[in-house]
Design a protein. Sequence first.
Length: 746
Amino acid sequence: MAQRLTGQIELVNFTNAETGFTIARVRVEGRDHPVTVVGTLLAPVPGEVLEMEGEFTHHPRFGEQFKVERFTTTVPATVHGIRRYLGSGLIKGLGPVMAGRIVDRFGNETLDVIDRQIERLAEVEGIGPKRIALLSEAWRAQREIREVMLFLQSHGVGTGYAVRIFRRYGGRAAALVRENPYRLATEIEGIGFLTADRIAEKIGFPRDAPMRVAAGILYVLQGLAEEGHVFFPEGALSERVRESLAVGPDLIAEGLRSLAAAQQLVIEAALPDAAGAAAGERAVFLAGLYRCELQAAAKLKALLEVPARPPALDAEKALAWVERRLAIELSENQREAVRAAAGKKLLVITGGPGTGKTTIVTAILKIFLHLRARVLLAAPTGRAAKRLSEATGQEARTIHRLLEYHPQRGGFQRDEQNPLDGDLLIVDEASMIDTLLAHHLLKAVPPAARLVLVGDVDQLPSVGPGSVLADIIDSGAVPVVRLTDIFRQASRSRIVVNAHRINEGLMPEPGAGAAEDPGQDFFFIEREDPEQALAVILDLVTRRIPRRFGFDPMSEIQVLTPMHRGVVGASNLNRRLQAALNPGEGGVARGELVFRPGDKVMQVRNNYDKEVFNGDIGRIGTVAMDRRELTVLFDGRELTYDFAELDEIVLAYAVSVHKAQGSEYPAVVFPVLTQHYLLLQRNLLYTAVTRARRLAVIVGTRRAPAARGHRRHPPRPHPGPEKHPPHPPLHPPARPPPLPLTPKKI
């Protein structure tokens, strides 16, 4: 139960102007010594009186502290308090001496005089019109802070978010939130529609307010985009909005019309074969996504029309030279890919594990470097870029680094006006590129440059909206080389063999050797009961795999799962694996999660300030309760997270298959049970198996993967229609120029 504490700030030990996190000493009546308070306070000033709610905690180094959860401020009432308050640096140019003169002149009425008759300060020696003006402005700002914080907290806004809101809107915050609380969902980081909706309800907005319906439609569409959809059929969207907001179809239809008129979304007729759309039904896009897709398609088309630099090569001579240089003999399939790269402006190379994609990239790279071409290598994630660099011996960067993302200046610095400096761009793991990133990447490719996209189109599509690689291939407008040969060394791996079996709709099979054969790299442990499967997974990760193969359970074994909920879902697996691998007391709680030093965590949101991205895995270093922050080590870089930023990380002992895209792990453990039936399409199981480099263990029942193994083109791993756009990506239909909208930044 929250405790209440009232006292006057004696000393501000530390305050962060951006986040509001503060450590202060507060004089509380009835206590001999000041109390240390920690929490989010806005512009704290010595002498200020705080009425706080929170709880006392004990820090092992600093002793008793009062952790502030909510607070309000009032001005001091005593002469001593007023003297400290005014002399604290509250007003530039007004120090303790001048503050003393003011208080000596007006006594207990000092603050009332400043509030209502500030011109009377001229009665004090040394205070002229200029100082009175400065004092008036500073006093007004402090009053605004108090009023805004009181308003926001009275409507259920926590102090951390209240600070962010005040930083954004200043003294207008209360008025703007009263006018439209739903703007918080799109303008304040960390506040979503549900929080804004609770604030609106407290203010008195009706549930059928047009403003609420419009915001709810955008909220549902954004959630669908996070599931991977570029658009959604109007009927299915309306049903989801109705379920989320409990409003009628007429209000939803009017909301769609108003948002389209405001150019916040685009509604157009869907193609007849658009998945999930009824005949004649319309497709609804977020406006930014619509524009990104249209412009990405137009840019690809334009790249195809501009001659390449350097011009086409003698492919046969290039092949002979590179085979001698690398001391290898390429297969005919690989030769086809190298020939295409030598002669084509745009090229897609796709193939499964063991088909030689890396060898081809290395060969293409050697040829163009020999010609003194400027070659750029990139991949969507840091892990994929690092692997590409190690494989080729050349620098490879993430697409974000390649495009020089700059959060302070706003967005990517490379675009049409400032294109990339290169003659050839090779992008690996291209199946992970979503529509937004493709839009920004293609904008920055020089018109005469060559572009080679390399990836496994049979893997899960990108986590973000769109199926860019698949759509480019399906368009038929870009040359595609499909690698099908499995090379001898790779063919000895049951991981590789079974990945291809899964892709062909066949059941995976363990090797013919004995189960205890140390060369075995693929196992299927049959368990039908979820609790039994969970027990096996825990035993595998903590004991059996480390003992037999020597893999470290924290850094080398990764549990992947098809779902978040359930006995073998990511949430429960993370709790159980954390308890087994990193037990202990303490740590910081966020909801049901507890983060402890040593925990394995994953970043779940792109953070350009920290240069850490969705899917990056790290280890927690320290947890500092006094500073309300923890550190995470990502690939040798130590990053600091304020406790208010903990929604950006999750435990990563077990992660979804989608989040594992672009990653490889020495060992992968993957549960497949009949409860996963709706999620177990071929590309999900295929992606999970291909994440394993040296060991893959499936735990579950063979009936689960077999249930949907016959489908050649399985549906998405999330419910609802597929996320293919309603028009071919390379041939946009004739239409007016794109709406003058600013696309969503990523």
